[in-house]
Design a binder for this molecule. Structure first.
Ligand code: ADP
Ligand code: MG
Ligand code: MG
Ligand code: K
Length: 346
């Protein structure tokens, strides 16, 4: 069987995706699978690379080029990846990868793929939709105000009053459809709120303003289709004011604590909320569910990431490793879950 590994992509998490792809290439069971590399450039060009039948000697195999005479790849039309007896691994993060667009494309060309379907991907990527669904499920979240660009332009004063009437400073302002902290700012006053909204609208016409809180950040890994399994929570131990893109991906200032040092009650609740949220969002395959934990042991669900960072050392695989599921076996399970869902839909 062939695994079509889609990596790179148009989002800010392009480089993380490449790192994740390399980890997967090293761990996949080549006795059973061949891997077709398909690289998506930052401009959205699809480039077909080699078909791997064994573990590559080094990561240079992922450095595909297409625009020189020494090109190592071939520009393709996306629909030409379609073939029988293949599963797609869309190892892409953020908009245009994790938000249902690629998933819709894969549904259209009728190929099985790893991870969440269209609706779950789109709702998980959109911070306003996520909040609405979790609210309906009665899962605790920080207070928030959705702020659409049109309404803000029409009457900014009313929006400020609405935010200040519902929330206290500091507030966190985020574009709705984004990830990896892109476009997110913290505001201590009305002027900063105004600037932060302007910043968020660079990325999306929908923004959300949230109550800022002092909290630890703990994360639970979820795996499954109908049978949903969760791990113990792990903690992202921060040494920066907020967990932004640079600290996440560039400075490597992150320490993971697995399992998180929290009470049994918090562990249980985190797993319960993660599972409930996943089911309410219609999850399949995998997700990483992220929480805030205050010093009063209040737990707030922050978000679900339907294609979390997936290097061997990322939180999601590390949480499963701690539960006794090795990285290679985790990939194998994800392939089987993808095939199962595909067959059920036929
Ligand atoms: P992304 O999808 O980009 O990861 P998040 O909502 O997880 O967006 O926000 C990124 C980071 O910003 C979080 O991991 C956390 O460190 C900080 N943050 C986000 N919202 C809040 C909040 N309401 N209060 C305090 N910190 C927050
Ligand atoms: Mg996210
Ligand atoms: Mg996050
Ligand atoms: K998300």
């Amino acid at each position: 069987m062939k695994i079509v590994l889609l990596y790179g992509g148009r989002s800010a998490e392009h480089d993380v995706s490449i790192l994740s792809a390399y980890s997967v290439l090293n761990a996949i069971y080549y006795d059973y699978y061949q891997v077709q590399l398909v690289f998506i450039t930052k401009d959205g060009v699809w480039v077909k690379g080699p078909l791997l039948t064994e573990k590559p000697k080094n990561e240079s195999v992922l450095n595909l080029t297409w625009d020189t005479k020494d090109a190592t790849g071939e520009v393709i039309s996306p629909s030409t990846i379609k073939e029988e007896d293949a599963v797609v691994f869309p190892l892409l993060h953020g908009p245009n990868g994790e938000d249902g667009t690629i998933q819709g494309f894969l549904e259209t060309i009728d190929m099985p793929y790893i991870g969440a379907g269209v609706l779950t991907s789109a709702c998980g990527m959109d911070k306003i939709m996520t909040k609405y669904i979790l609210q309906a499920a009665g899962i605790p979240q920080v207070p928030y105000v959705p702020v659409l660009k049109n309404l803000w332009k029409e009457n900014p004063k009313q929006i400020f009053e609405q935010c200040e009437g519902t929330l206290l400073y500091p507030m966190f302002i985020k574009p709705a459809n984004m990830g990896s902290s892109v476009g997110i700012s913290k505001a201590e006053n009305r002027e900063e709120l105004q600037n932060a909204l302007q910043e968020a609208y660079k990325y999306d016409t929908r923004a959300i303003v949230e109550q800022g809180i002092e909290a630890r950040e703990i994360e639970v890994a979820i795996l499954g289709n109908e049978d949903v399994r969760t791990t113990l929570a792990g903690e992202i131990v921060k040494d920066v004011a907020f967990y932004d893109y640079n600290s996440k991906y560039i400075d490597n200032q992150i320490v993971m604590q697995i399992p998180a040092e929290v009470t049994e009650d918090v562990q249980e609740k985190a797993q319960e909320f993660a599972k409930k949220a996943y089911i309410m969002l219609g999850g399949s395959g995998l997700s990483r569910c992220d929480f805030f934990l205050t010093n009063k042991n209040e737990l707030f669900l922050n978000e679900l990431n339907t294609m979390p960072g997936f290097t061997q050392y990322s939180m999601y695989p590390s949480l499963w490793e701690k539960m006794g599921l090795k990285y290679g076996d985790l990939i194998e399970e994800l392939i089987q879950l993808a095939l199962k869902r595909y067959k059920q839909r036929q």
